[in-house]
Design a protein around this ligand. Structure first.
Ligand SMILES: [Zn+2]
Length: 54
């Protein structure tokens, strides 16, 4: 497991961590999750509505 420095508090955090356990700073991966997750959820909801109606 690789470590890198938090951009906010400069402490070591895991590259797989989505936010810093020390200061709560959200990593780029955490931000990317939001940008990727929202369209996927939107697509899923639209698919569900198309298939099953409201
Ligand atoms: Zn931090």
């Amino acid at each position: 497991m690789a470590l890198r420095h938090c951009e906010d508090c400069s402490k070591d955090i895991s590259t797989s961590a989505r936010r810093c356990p020390h200061c709560g700073w959200v990593t780029r991966w955490g931000v990317a999750d939001i940008f990727v997750g929202v369209p996927i959820i939107t697509l899923f909801v639209m698919f569900y509505i198309t298939y099953f109606g409201l």
